[in-house]
Design a protein around this ligand. Structure first.
Ligand SMILES: [Ca+2]
Ligand SMILES: [Ca+2]
Ligand SMILES: [Ca+2]
Length: 415
């Protein structure tokens, strides 16, 4: 009887262990959403077929990148995104890369200017966000957190950027580029942003299909997020050789897949105000194209995704080399002696929209005095802020400044 009982227990254990093991795939299990911004690969990667719905395209994206298929999907121009998930909690292990995202980034074999010290080639950085299934329903309907990569605190990085693309009239009279015959319509798809800039996604002779997602009937497409500074240089000076330089760390499709910097650590997570957040792990990932740039004959820069994997299951969970900061840098190049600065950042104040145009938009949890200093340490503005969102007119000349309260300090760029 004992033997029989232990056999039953053993087989139960084996069954349980087996189901436990088979339930944990290191790779993407499911794609939950997919919406590329307009671009030359839209409706091709994956392919739109007449009659396809949004669900069909989500399924096609899943067939391409889930289960280690390593097909390729293109997220199009700035803001285009994919949301995917794992079948288990990807653990946040301290000091370790936790998961990896596969793109198609590569470094150029040659650079006409011999700028060998910078890694560059085809690097199309995508912003990565993560989510923990807090309500346990298996769906990505919980809080999202951005992974603050190397550029997060750079003054050129714009947070809360919002772009609107306008559905094109496919039969409009094209406006070809006189100098670049491969651009056959330079006013094809118009876009505007909440920063006051605007432009067009051009059409080129290499891709003749519509660049606007055909399964979307809306007249406009709106995307919101963090926008990185342009990362390309026309190294030829004549538009024939563009190099997109890699950002340091923390972005998808930014370093080759063989580079450990295509890995991500969940410890980099911040909330919408930039406050660091410690998560036990994550179930869901969102990636969106993080630059809004156009490189001549290369077209718009678009992040591509081939897959993702849990590095704790594939054995690639090496140490994060330099323990990058998840807080704003505390060594602000000599400005730590500014009056009232105690060297810590408690997140009670945030500067929205950096670069600054006509006004400083400051969110604060308390009323307090606020000062602005120029780069030689002179106080150039001083004003009180209230609890809540403050709109402070700013007519400073163009340049870099420091905004400082008692316990918060940030560099900003006045445009
Ligand atoms: Ca959920
Ligand atoms: Ca980690
Ligand atoms: Ca790419």
């Amino acid at each position: 009887m004992m033997k029989r009982l232990s056999t039953i227990i053993c087989s139960l254990l084996v069954t349980t262990l087996c189901s436990f093991v088979t339930a944990q795939s290191p790779y993407i299990d499911k794609v939950y959403d997919f919406l590329p911004a307009p671009g030359q690969f839209v409706n091709e990667l994956p392919e739109y077929e007449p009659g396809d719905t949004r669900d069909d395209l989500i399924r096609k994206a899943e067939e391409a990148i889930a289960h280690n298929e390593q097909g390729l999907i293109s997220l199009g121009g700035y803001g285009g995104y994919v949301v995917f998930g794992f079948d288990h909690l990807v653990e946040n292990q301290p000091g370790k890369y936790d998961f990896k995202i596969l793109g198609n980034a590569f470094y150029a074999a040659s650079n006409p200017n011999g700028n060998a010290t910078r890694e560059g080639g085809s690097c199309e950085p995508g912003i990565v966000m993560v989510s923990y299934d807090a309500n346990g329903n298996g769906l990505p309907d919980d809080e999202w957190y951005e992974l603050a990569g190397s550029e997060y605190y750079q003054p050129e990085t714009i947070h809360h950027y919002e772009i609107t693309y306008y559905k094109p009239d496919e039969n409009k009279i094209p406006a070809p580029d006189k100098n670049y015959p491969f651009l056959n319509d330079t006013t094809y798809i118009q876009w505007t942003s909440n920063q006051g800039d605007y432009g067009y996604v051009s059409r080129n002779v290499y891709h003749s299909q519509s660049y606007y997602p055909q399964w979307i009937t809306d007249e406009t497409l709106v995307f919101e997020g963090t926008k990185l500074a342009n990362n390309y240089v026309d190294e030829s000076g004549t538009g024939s050789y563009y190099v997109q330089y890699a950002y340091d760390w923390g972005y998808a499709d930014n370093h080759p897949n063989t580079d450990k910097r295509s890995g991500f650590s969940i410890e980099w997570a911040v909330d919408g105000d930039g406050n660091p957040v410690q998560l036990p792990g994550i179930h869901f990932v969102k990636v969106y194209t993080g630059v809004n740039q156009y490189c001549g004959w290369l077209g718009e820069t678009s992040t591509e995704i081939l897959g993702a994997e849990d590095l704790h299951l594939t054995g690639g969970d090496v140490d994060v080399p330099t323990n990058p900061p998840t807080n704003p840098p505390t060594n602000l190049e000599g400005f730590e002696n500014l009056p009232g600065f105690n060297g810590s950042f408690n997140g009670s104040v945030r500067l929205l929209q950096n670069p600054v145009r006509q006004q400083l938009i400051i969110v604060s949890v308390q009323s307090q005095q606020t000062n602005v200093y120029n780069l030689i340490g002179n106080k150039v503005m001083s004003f009180p802020i209230e609890s809540g969102t403050n709109h402070i007119p700013c007519n400073l000349s163009k340049g870099l400044y420091i905004l400082a309260t008692e316990n918060y300090k940030i560099k900003f760029l006045k445009q």
